[in-house]
Write a protein that binds this ligand. Structure first.
Ligand SMILES: [Zn+2]
Ligand SMILES: [Zn+2]
Length: 283
């Protein structure tokens, strides 16, 4: 089939600003031929999107984007064609989300335990209704005169190894790959050029290592990839026998400048990539 697709899209089920049905309707309007819903650590948007797709005769691929742990930092793994009804998958993902929601209150408990007068309410106020992070905690510490600057707050309390540090719970990448496979999904490394590993020891070694761990594809086409990036990744994918995928990482208004289907303007992800995926995995 001819036409263009977008295999990396966020909805209100995670941090996107459009609902799953709005995303499907927008993709239809823009003339795309298929899309995949890849919300962070949740499969909850898939049902609505698939239903909307069915009504419109538009193809929706179920998916997820899992944050996971690599020795050199956080990396993201996409899972395509996952069985979003899978109890194991849903349970594991909800555990991860719950833990993350509890991280900030836990940091504040630690600070209070050190005699610092700070409340979760104060931090929430600084965050202004958005998602709360350590910079907001640092801000409150500064306003209350406990530290000189945000950097000082990180150095003395919040950074890794400091007394109020609480690690982010991330699945080790091998486990995330397993989880996706157990849910009948295809594990693909998301935006591979973005990680610290690449500047540390190069893209090829990174992909080689992940291939050993079980990934089956690379997100070759991506909004911020240069032409060279795309060419490098295409070459690596072909040498390691990996599938090629592509998507914009569309989030709606919250990430301005990234449009569905075209990314920063000129991205083109051909439908044939999806056909290849379906052919290889018989989905
Ligand atoms: Zn990502
Ligand atoms: Zn994403």
């Amino acid at each position: 089939m001819e036409g263009l697709i977008d295999l990396h899209i966020h909805t209100t089920a995670s941090d996107g600003t459009l609902t799953p049905s709005m995303v499907v309707s927008l993709a239809c309007q823009r003339g795309l031929k298929a899309l995949a819903i890849t919300d962070h650590d949740t499969v909850e948007g898939n049902k609505e999107a698939i239903e909307e797709g069915r009504q419109r005769g538009f193809k929706v691929i179920p998916g997820v984007e899992i944050s996971c742990k690599h020795p050199l930092g956080e990396i993201h793994l996409l899972g395509y064609f996952v069985d979003w009804g899978s109890e194991i998958l849903q349970k594991r993902l909800s555990q991860l989300r719950r833990y993350r929601e509890e991280r900030n209150p836990e940091i504040i408990r630690k600070l209070r335990g050190m005699g610092i007068d700070i409340t979760y309410e104060e931090v929430k106020e600084v965050a202004g209704g958005g998602s709360i992070g350590r910079p907001h905690i640092a801000q409150v510490l500064k306003e209350k005169g406990y530290v000189f600057s945000n950097q000082d707050a990180f150095d003395r309390y919040l950074k890794k190894g400091a007394p109020a540090y609480v690690p982010k719970e991330l699945l080790p990448v091998e486990e995330a790959i397993q989880l996706i496979k157990e849910a009948d999904g295809i594990p693909v490394i998301a935006h591979p050029m973005q990680y610290r590993t690449v500047s540390t020891y190069g893209i090829e070694r990174f992909i080689k290592e992940l291939t050993g761990a079980g990934i089956e594809g690379i997100e070759v086409y991506y909004s911020t990839h240069s032409r060279e990036d795309t060419a490098t990744l295409l070459n690596i994918a072909s040498r390691y026998g990996l599938l090629v995928t592509g998507g914009t990482d569309f989030h709606g208004e919250i990430k301005p400048g990234i449009e569905i289907g075209v990314g920063m303007g000129d991205m083109k992800v051909p439908y044939s990539l999806l056909e290849r995926m379906e052919e290889v995995y018989g989905v």
